[in-house]
Structure formats: C-alpha cells, structure tokens
Design a protein around this ligand. Structure first.
Ligand code: AMP
Ligand code: MG
Length: 346
C-alpha cells in the first residue's frame, strides 16, 4: 500500500481523511499530545485493523476521540466528577474512563466495561473529527513497543506502506500521551500521568486524586494492571537506558564515567542531559533534553530523542532525571519505562 503524507491544514486532506474513516480505513493524524492512528470506533473490522497495523496486543484498549460532547450520547454513562473535569480540561490532554454502552465494540475496550474518551484540542484534529462526524478510536501511531510518534516523520518510520494516509500537523506541542483518569472506581485515580497533572485535577475536583501504583515502578508479577498498557514494555529504545540521579556534580561525573567506560569496552554509548550540561558533557555525544526545570520542554523532546538514539545504533544510554512532580511525573513515567526502571543513585 502506498502511504500518502498530506498537510493537515489543507481542507482536501481533511476531506480525504474523513472519507477514509467512513470507508473503514486507517489514518495517522496529529493531536496536541502525540500522533494517533485512527479508525471509526463503531466499525469492528476497522478497529481490528488498527491492532494489526501496530502489532498491538488485543488486550490493550484504545482511546476514543470526539470533538463535541453531544457525541457521548448513547456511547457511555457519566461518572461523578466527569462534567467538572470536561469543563476544566476539554478540549485537552485528559482522557477519562466512562461506563460504556453496547454501541462500543468489545475490540475498542479489550472487553472492559469502561471506554476511554478524550477531546483533543489541536484545531486541525477538531476539524478532522467534526468533518468525519464519527467517534475515532486511536492509539498512538507507533509500532507496538516503539516510542510514540511526535512528528509525521516518526509515523512514516513506523507505518509507511501499512496505512493509506498520514496528516502532517508538525511536531506535537505536548509530546507525551494524555493523562488517563479513572473516575469509575471510587477515589479518582490517575492510571497514566500526562500533561494534565494530579494537582490540576485535584484543584478542579476539589478532592484528592490517587496515583496508580505502577507509575514509577514495574508491575509486580501478580499485580493486576489498572491500565492494561502498563503491562507492556513501552517507550523503549533498542539500547539499554540507565537513569542517574543525585546531586548535580556527581550526576555529571557518573554520566561521563559510565559513557566513557562503555566506549572503552567497545560499546556505542551516549548521554541524555539538560541544555545547561551540553558543554560539560560535550565528549559524551550529549542529546539535549531541554532546559533544566522546564519539564514541558523535556516532555516535548523525549520521544524524538529516544527514536534518534535507536537510529544512531546506541547500545547504552545514560540519562539525567527530572523531579517526579507536575509534568515531571509523566516524563519520569515514560523515561522510567524506557529504562525498565534501571536507576543509579549517586
Ligand atoms: P495509547 O492510545 O497507545 O496511548 O494507549 C491507550 C492506553 O489507555 C492503553 O494502553 C490503556 O492503558 C489506557 N486505556 C484505554 N482504555 C482503557 C480502559 N477502558 N481502562 C483502563 N485503561 C484504558
Ligand atoms: Mg501507545
């Protein structure tokens, strides 16, 4: 199959994408978080072809994307607190779980009684969803196990020849996947941290919000994943990632020593560091995570860097860390999983 790449701001591209959705085909499209691989959420066959194109395990459910709240009618029920959070954060990078109706095929939710729904804020995504008129099921547009795509070029790397169309909307503003929040089991619980933080949700709800246990550590062998995606090795480059945390000077020294030691042993090695440390680590092939303290910038860059180190054939990658607070929690969740939670304290 020939994969066409079109500018997401062109009306012809939006018309074509909407037509492809109506025909049960797949389209790669930008959102403010990462690029999605979409299909008509009400078309079982189309949804199955998402899993095939990604190589995604069938028990990992998809997020349904809408542009207008009226589309919720008939698809799901409204858990307590959902309206408040929609008022505060939709459109935007917050996905919520809703008790679902029979209209949502089992394939979308992996048989779960809830469906994950969000309303993206990127204007061209809204135009696409509005023109199509359909609820669009879309996971991230990467091959399963690869970092989520944050540019149209990333989508093409993974999906060229597998889907008919990719809409190019430039680099994604947030760069990490949406926050996933469960309001259906008592205490509101963040299953996956993202751009809408725990603090933001707590202030909108006026109540405490819990974090799923496995956000900053691996699942235990007998632990049930609240969010099925947590079971899988995600965001992982082919090389071995190690996180180094501690006092600044010691971290810099450990980064250099680890990288140089590996090179002496014949391994291709590099470091991921803040902009302020590029100079100090200039002999360690430093990859720029963004400014220290600007977690949104680190979020925006992270997946592209993880893809680049793969392209460069890096065998070992040593990285600085950010505090696991605010957007930093989402960064550390993704970086932690890329590193299989291998962390060295210095
Ligand atoms: P992706 O769109 O690739 O970022 O993946 C969506 C993620 O949302 C999945 O991996 C799940 O972890 C989570 N998710 C989607 N639907 C549900 C659901 N009904 N219950 C719990 N988690 C869900
Ligand atoms: Mg994904």
């Amino acid at each position: 199959m020939q994969t066409k790449v079109m500018d997401a701001s062109s009306p012809e591209a939006i018309e074509l994408a909407a037509r492809l959705f109506a025909e049960g085909q797949l389209v790669g499209f930008p959102t403010e978080t990462v690029y999605g691989l979409g299909a008509n959420a009400l078309d079982r066959e189309a949804v199955l072809s998402i899993f095939a194109a990604k190589g995604r395990p069938a028990d990992n459910p998809l997020i349904v994307h809408i542009w207008h709240r009226d589309q919720l009618e008939g698809l799901c029920e409204m858990p307590e607190g959902a309206e408040k959070l929609m008022d505060a954060f939709w459109p935007g990078p917050l996905t919520m779980l809703f008790p679902r109706t029979e209209r949502i095929p089992d394939e979308v939710t992996a048989g779960l009684p809830t469906v994950a729904i969000r309303m993206p804020s990127l204007p061209c995504t809204q135009r696409l969803l509005k023109t199509s008129g359909l609820p669009i099921a879309a996971p991230s547009a990467n091959r399963s196990g690869r970092p989520s795509p944050t540019t149209a070029a990333h989508v093409a790397e993974d999906m060229d020849g597998r889907i008919p169309l990719i809409l190019d909307g430039g680099p994604c503003q947030v760069g990490l996947e949406s926050t996933v929040l469960d309001l259906t089991h008592g205490t509101p619980t963040i299953l996956r941290p993202g751009g809408i933080t725990k603090e933001m949700i707590e202030s909108a709800l006026g109540t405490q919000v819990a974090l799923a246990g496995s956000i900053l550590r691996p699942l235990k062998p007998d632990e049930k994943a609240l969010s099925p995606g947590m079971r899988y090795r995600h965001y992982a480059p082919r090389g071995t990632v190690t996180l180094i945390e501690g006092e600044e000077e010691k971290v810099l020294e450990a980064l250099r020593k680890s990288c140089m030691g590996d090179r002496d042993a014949g391994r291709k090695s590099c470091v991921l560091c803040f902009t302020e440390h590029l100079q100090t680590l200039s002999d360690c092939d430093p990859h720029d995570l963004g400014s220290r303290g600007n977690d949104a910038e680190v979020a925006h860059r992270l997946f592209d860097i993880l893809r680049r180190v793969d392209e460069e054939g890096m065998e070992t990658i040593y990285s600085e860390v950010v505090p696991a607070e605010g957007v930093g929690l989402a960064v550390m969740n993704r970086l932690g999983r890329a590193a299989a939670f291998r962390t060295v304290r210095v």
